[in-house]
Design a protein around this ligand. Structure first.
Ligand code: PMP
Length: 441
């Protein structure tokens, strides 16, 4: 999350116009912003799984999970424009649109999770989840994985070790190792739970009462660890036994991304106390939220009011509903499952012929390809960066993830078809052939 796949400032491959854009950006936006790729990509238009540069050249998007139903889906665009032309206010007036969307969204959850609060970003949703968890449990201790990312407010940046050592963790935050794929499958759940129990014990030893365990249910910034389905259950039991809540961060895994379920937590057979949503919820429009069990939200709701000026506005809710229309109308969950399996088997085929691929993981259209060069993740980071940039030069967009940045992160819009997978696999095959083992060293 810190510097993975960031443009490092070498202007060599850039045109004069691109250099000027970068200089303007730096002057106006300052140093906190990062561009992707050694040769940054300039985009002006999107459609389906394709993005286009000013010259009209197409880029295959295998990275942007936000535009889950495809870039600029006409049904979503139309819903946005229609509601924008009628009314856009906030949640302090009576209005049907927010309630209709809330009903449709909540119908996608187990019946216990029957209330929703709307925000604009995943960070706000996680921030609110922390406030509610503290109010409900009376505790302040929070547990996250070692390379988690949960957002950018002060509190959730403190829950995001992937931001790097310069961004301090919250004082009452403890980290646990993400599941290690080299652990025998049958032991992954028990090991993850024992990490959580150790973190709980450490909190207690410091006089800190646990408030909750929060995990991204596909562990995307930790390196993509969705399997085996079910492994989260013992950790959820452990946090509950200590009086804390389980918060499922579905910003990455939610809205059908795994193909196997609407929400990542469902694959694990667990029932969260709270679920946070974002990114694909509005297919690019900023809508996010928090789904909560009523009894959990009660204490907070009684004592603190919640108002988010833009969260839950009618335009955002119309967009959210249109995204659900497309997911249902185009059977995106079923196709995600099928195309995801096809994609994964293509990657596994490449793993059999390219020694640098150490592991292929993933579910649905959330896939990770871990590189190992001479069994060393540190060398593999440069290797992964070379692969990401070589794919970019072939106009295929992906990025990398994991604490060492050595895992290709593949998560295209869910309208990705088998024909797009074929393009990707052929290009990756050629790139790995070209780079060869060790070329990144
Ligand atoms: N949680 C997870 C798992 C995320 O990946 C992100 C964004 N990368 C967030 C929360 C924060 O979402 P936002 O950028 O909308 O604030």
């Amino acid at each position: 999350m810190t510097m993975i796949n960031a443009y490092a400032g070498d202007p060599t491959p850039l045109s004069e116009a691109e250099r000027a854009l970068i200089a303007r950006r730096e002057r106006l936006l300052g140093p906190a912003y990062r561009l992707f790729y050694r040769n940054p990509v300039h985009l002006v238009r999107g459609e389906g799984v394709w993005l286009y540069d000013p010259e009209g050249r197409p880029y295959l998007d295998a990275y942007n999970n936000v535009a889950s139903v495809g870039h600029c889906h006409p049904h979503v665009v139309e819903a946005l424009a229609r509601q924008a032309a009628v009314l856009n206010t906030h949640t302090r007036y009576l209005n049907e649109v927010v309630l209709q969307y809330a009903e449709r969204l909540l119908a996608k959850f187990p019946p216990e999770l029957s209330r929703v609060l709307f925000t604009c970003t995943g960070s706000e949703a996680n921030d609110l989840a922390v406030r509610i968890a503290k109010a409900f449990t009376g505790g302040t201790g929070l547990i996250v994985t070692e390379n988690a990312y949960h957002g950018g407010t002060d509190v959730v940046a403190g829950l995001s070790p992937s931001l790097g050592p310069a961004v301090p963790l919250g004082e009452h935050v403890r980290t646990v190792p993400a599941p290690d794929p080299r652990t025998p499958r049958g032991e992954i759940g028990a090991r993850f739970a024992s990490g959580v129990r150790a973190a709980i014990a450490d909190l207690m030893r410091h006089g800190i009462k646990p408030a909750g365990l929060i995990v991204d249910t596909v562990f995307s910034s930790d390196g993509v660890f969705p399997d085996p389905a079910g492994f989260l259950a013992p950790a959820v039991e452990a946090i509950r036994a200590a009086g804390g809540l389980f918060i499922a961060d579905e910003v990455q895994a939610g809205f059908g991304r795994t193909g196997e379920a609407m929400w990542g937590f469902e694959r694990h057979g667990v029932l969260p106390d709270m679920v946070t949503l974002g990114k694909p919820m509005g297919a690019g429009h900023p809508i996010a939220g928090l789904v909560v069990r009523p009894e959990v939200g009660e204490a907070f709701g009684r004592t603190s009011r919640y108002f988010n000026t833009f969260g839950g506005n009618p335009v955002s809710c119309a967009v959210g509903a249109a995204v659900l229309d497309v997911m249902e109308g185009e059977s995106l969950r079923a196709s995600t499952r099928e195309v995801g399996l096809y994609f994964k088997s293509g990657l596994q085929r490449l793993a059999n012929v390219h020694a640098a691929i150490g592991d292929v993981r993933g579910v649905g259209l959330y896939l990770g390809v871990e590189f190992l060069v001479d069994e060393r993740a540190d060398l593999a980071e440069t290797y992964a960066a070379d692969v990401v940039n070589a794919l970019r030069d072939r106009r295929i967009l992906v990025s990398a993830t994991g604490p060492k940045g050595n895992v290709l992160k593949i998560r295209p819009p869910l309208v990705f078809g088998k024909e797009h997978v074929d393009l990707f696999i052929d290009a990756l095959d050629e790139v790995l052939e070209d780079i060869g083992k060790g070329a990144g060293q």
